[in-house]
Write a protein that binds this ligand. Structure first.
Ligand code: NAP
Ligand code: GLV
Length: 321
């Protein structure tokens, strides 16, 4: 296990295996992780661990890589499949928690909550001000959702509760969900960007979505539109984002993810008042993180007991090693 997590998860794996836990708060250096994996039958890892072909090549006993995350872009899944190594993830249990956080970012941005908090703490709250920290209403604003999967759908439902107009684009059109939630389909990303006041990203990171939002896309967004990213930092061209914000082309950005992570304290984004950044915590409710940890642990147990992981991203790994 590449980081200390809930004891429940450790205990679950300990029912079938001897467990070694990397004890630090920061990830094991790549070489250390690789050395540990060399001896392991299973690996319980996090999105901060790079599980590449070279590490897998050097791990002759490894039968399962279980990522405590729904996203698994840190794992070379094809390389794992070729070696009969199952890859597990944690879909579903973090959906609502992550959607709530995307919504929290949108509300915090629209109503200038971070600025209000800073004003009070810094002793700048002098009186009730009729012109103080004027924000925007979400009601009747248009939200564009990119990627209408598990999380995107819950964000859409929340937005409808706030009486927002919701437009989405995704790999596949979903007419039944359009009707059920009262949302509209945009046939292209550009068509969505041209009409949204808020754009919320919910795609996984893969070769098609890497830098999906770059200079050209910022160019077609509405002036003053706000980008919300709880997906992955690499889905956005961050240099182009800085340029769009600095030029005033964009209204702002609220980001739970960055490229790279952690964001450097001197990152140009942090010099801008219309940028809100959180440290990749969208799924971080206690209850949800416990579910993620035990689900990832169960994926390890499944394989070590001879079954496919309950939540498996590469069933093609076949009978495993
Ligand atoms: P999901 O259910 O798989 O939904 C992803 C959606 O994106 C699917 O609907 C999918 O297509 C769509 N999609 C995939 N490739 C696309 C493309 N090239 N263009 C347009 N749409 C595309 O996944 P999820 O559970 O909602 O999670 C989404 C992502 O959120 C994760 O992969 C992870 O990276 C991120 N995440 C971040 C946090 C955090 O802490 N910040 C927490 C949880 C998840 P279809 O239209 O075919 O369905
Ligand atoms: C978090 O980012 C996840 O993919 O679960």
């Amino acid at each position: 296990m590449s980081r200390p997590v809930f004891q429940e998860a450790v205990d679950l794996i300990a029912t079938v295996a001897e467990v070694t836990v990397w004890p630090e708060e920061t990830p094991p250096p790549y070489d250390r992780l690789r050395a540990e994996a060399r001896e392991a039958d299973g690996l319980f890892c996090l999105l901060t661990d790079r599980i590449d072909e070279s590490l897998l090549d050097d791990a002759p006993r490894l039968r399962v890589v279980s990522n405590m995350a729904v996203g698994y872009d840190n794992v070379d899944v094809n390389a794992a499949s070729r070696r009969g190594i199952y890859v597990g993830n944690t879909p579903g249990v973090l959906t609502e928690t992550t959607a709530e956080f995307a919504f929290a970012l949108m509300l915090a941005f629209a109503r200038r909550i971070p600025q209000g908090d800073r004003m009070v703490r810094e002793g700048r709250w002098k009186t009730w001000g009729p012109m103080t920290l004027l924000g925007s209403d979400l009601r009747h604003a248009t939200l564009g959702i990119v990627g209408l999967g598990r999380i995107g759908q819950i964000v859409a439902a929340m937005a409808r509760g706030f009486e927002m107009r919701v437009v989405y684009c995704s790999r596949t059109r979903k007419p039944e969900i359009e009707t059920r939630l009262g949302i509209e389909y945009a046939p292209t990303l550009e068509a969505l960007l041209a009409q949204a006041d808020y754009v919320s990203l919910h795609v996984p990171l893969n070769p098609e979505t890497r830098r999906l939002i770059g200079e050209a896309q910022f160019g077609v967004m509405r002036p003053n539109a706000v980008l919300i990213n709880t997906a992955r930092g690499e889905v956005v061209d961050q240099q182009a984002l800085v340029a769009a914000l600095e030029s005033g082309r964009l209204g702002g950005a609220a980001l739970d993810v960055a490229d790279p992570e952690p964001m450097a304290p001197n990152d140009p984004l942090l010099k801008l008042d219309n940028v809100l950044v959180t440290p990749h915590i969208a799924s971080a409710s206690r209850a949800t993180r416990l579910k993620m940890a035990t689900m990832a642990a169960q994926n390890v147990v499944d394989v070590l007991e001879g079954r496919r992981p309950t939540h498996c991203v590469n069933p093609e790994a076949g009978g495993g090693r």
